[in-house]
Design a binder for this molecule. Structure first.
Ligand SMILES: [Fe+2]
Length: 279
């Protein structure tokens, strides 16, 4: 069975890529530049990502309490249990099988349109102040409001997608680079063993140095829409982003990231994931 190896901070992972489309490299150009990457003028552009304070302790607690209550309610309703003492970090003690987890994830995908009131409108000015330009959560091409995704990853599970760049789908399908920045906000269980793996400076590699699929990916038997990247500049190594409670991890939409295995023994990881477009 075909496999490939990656490394995250000295630990190697051998993953099955059985059923994965063919890998090849692209053009002799770097796709990220002043016109195609809205974070080009940020002080952290060279590395491609940065963790920046944006919530006070009280604001963070409020956000976490709200999410905990929403997820708890879904667990109650979907699994017909009363989860006494439920916390996001101990989610896997209540949701024990993958089958049950998928029932929950189906609902948490739509958490924001349903009953969770994430004050994105209140937070947007904070992100605008940090980046120095106006932002919108409406995709300028589709005219649709973007979803905020609540990612719940159980310890040691394979609920993670392959290394990828967020821009590739539009690049491949429409030869278009959407003008957005990625945001990743830790809520629970984000540590040096579970944080999002990144490839620093990978947005500055030529496409000819990146070996990837051009139509989705299959990892460990799971199918993903994102194009899977197998190798970058001769490397297969990622490093976990350092990001604390109350911070937001900003990263270029051109940056390679993913393979977010939760290596904690007994902590579920919960993070918010979304994109904002430059107005
Ligand atoms: Fe992504």
């Amino acid at each position: 069975m075909p496999t490939t190896e990656f490394a995250i901070s000295n630990k190697t992972y051998n993953v099955s890529i059985d059923g994965c489309p063919e890998f090849s490299s692209g053009i002799e150009n770097v796709l990220s530049n002043e016109d195609t990457d809205i974070v080009f003028h940020q002080p952290w552009y060279n590395k491609g990502y940065a963790s920046i304070d944006f919530l006070t302790n009280d604001e963070f607690s409020f956000l976490k309490e709200g999410l905990t209550a929403s997820v708890k309610k879904i667990v109650e309703e979907e699994l017909n249990i009363s989860p006494e003492g439920f916390t996001l970090e101990t989610y896997h003690h209540f949701v024990k099988s993958s089958e049950d987890h998928f029932k929950i994830v189906r609902k948490t995908r739509d958490l924001f349109s349903a009953d969770f009131n994430f004050p994105i409108e209140e937070m947007k000015p904070k992100f605008e102040k940090i980046l120095g330009f106006e932002l919108t959560d409406v995709d300028p091409k589709l005219g649709e409001k973007l979803h905020i995704i609540v990612r719940i990853n159980r310890p040691k599970s394979n609920d993670f997608n392959p290394p990828h760049k967020d821009i590739y789908e539009e690049v491949d399908k429409n030869n278009y680079i959407p003008p957005f920045v990625n945001l990743w906000i830790p809520i629970a269980g984000v540590t040096e063993n579970s944080s999002l793996p990144m490839v620093p400076c990978s947005h500055k590699l030529k496409e000819s140095e990146i070996l990837r699929t051009f139509d989705g990916g299959v990892v460990e038997g799971n199918k993903y829409r994102v194009r899977m990247i197998k190798e970058w500049g001769g490397s297969k190594t990622l490093e976990r982003a350092e990001v604390k409670d109350g911070q937001v991890l900003f990263f270029s939409s051109h940056l390679i990231h993913g393979l977010a295995v939760n290596e904690e023994e007994d902590l579920t990881r919960v993070a918010l994931e979304f994109r904002l477009f430059k107005v």
